[in-house]
Design a binder for this molecule. Structure first.
Ligand code: FES
Length: 329
């Protein structure tokens, strides 16, 4: 296998080869580029190839024709076929946060409804598991089924909290909703993804649908608990669900001032909050796009629509961060 040299615009270098994706080679070499799904569906890992050529190892589903015309590629799908110069940025904040595979036990299961449970996981005392609030883990369950879940607890806590939604006929859903019990032994791999807070001094707009609220709970609670954090800007949260009973979390921040907006996508009797889509409700509010960063987590459809609308409204392209829940294969 021939080693190929891959260089970023900031002149960071690592080696790749024609059988491994650019993202995978970067992660192995200790560099971290933006990524989320690793399956070509979310588009978070999109970057421009400045020079060199690549081959697709898996379909670049999230790449549009105009992206291709601008020499953009998905680093989770493509491998180099020559030396490369790419526009990707190395995220130094994630250096030293190693992805580990660890055993974990279910400490607590909380059934919020037939569609939603909360899971608290206990890790071995020697695990020294580190993550940045906003990241996710993979749970490896019975029969080695693997699914990704965002962490809702903070990095300071010794246990990990996940919120899990039932998927019709989902193998892992069958485990969580019909078989799982306290003290079950599972494995987890992580932390993963690059959804974390970049700059807390800007106005922050958080958008979530369903259990996409989990990493945002983690980020906001982390800020609330941080003795060094002094809030100097506006924080807004728009959380969307289909039914009133789906709003399973209520905020109780000690010092953080957050404008929390509950948004129902369907009409319901006695609903006194917003109705519509989170991105539309957020856009009707008075946000100064030049001073804002947007963090969106949840359905891929919401994220695509939010990104398009916010960029059209003047948000800078590099101020939209997302973590899409996409289908597992
Ligand atoms: S498309 Fe590459 S990480 Fe999602």
């Amino acid at each position: 296998m021939i080693d190929l040299k891959i260089q970023t615009r900031e002149a960071k270098q690592f080696l790749g080869n024609a059988t491994e994706t650019i993202l995978s080679s970067a992660l192995k070499s200790g560099l971290v580029f933006e990524y989320s799904c690793k399956t070509g569906q979310c588009g978070v890992c999109k970057t421009r190839v400045i020079s060199g050529t690549v081959a697709e190892l898996r379909a670049q589903i999230a790449l549009t024709e105009s992206d291709r015309a601008e020499d953009k590629v998905l680093t989770c799908c493509c491998a180099p076929t020559t030396d490369l110069l790419i526009d990707a940025e190395d995220l130094a904040a994630l250096h030293g946060i190693d992805i580990k595979t660890l055993p974990c036990r279910i400490k607590q299961l909380t059934r919020f409804s037939d569609e939603l449970i909360g899971v608290t996981l206990r890790l071995p005392p020697t695990a020294h598991f580190k993550f940045l609030e906003g990241q996710y883990i993979d749970i490896i369950g019975p029969g080695s089924i693997r699914r990704s879940y965002s962490i809702a607890s903070t990095a300071e806590e010794s246990e990990i909290v996940l919120y899990i939604k039932r998927f019709e006929n989902g193998q892992m859903s069958d485990y969580w909703f019909n078989q799982a019990k306290e003290n079950d032994l599972l494995r987890m791999e992580g932390p993963k993804g690059t959804f974390f807070l970049r700059d807390s001094k800007q106005d922050l707009v958080f958008l979530a649908t369903g259990t996409g609220i989990a990493p945002i709970i983690s980020i906001l609670t982390g800020l609330d608990n941080d003795p060094d954090f002094v809030q100097s800007s506006k924080i807004s949260l728009y959380w969307g669900n289909r039914f009133p009973k789906d709003f399973f979390w209520t905020h109780s921040f000690k010092k953080l001032k957050v404008d929390v907006n509950y948004v129902l996508s369907r009409t319901a009797d006695n609903w006194s909050h917003h109705t519509g889509y989170v991105q539309d409700v957020a856009l009707t509010s008075d946000h100064d796009m030049a001073q804002s960063a947007v963090y969106a987590c949840g359905s891929n459809m919401m994220i695509k629509s939010a990104q398009e609308s916010f960029l059209a409204a003047g948000l800078a392209e590099n101020k939209f961060y997302s973590d899409a829940f996409v289908q597992s294969y």
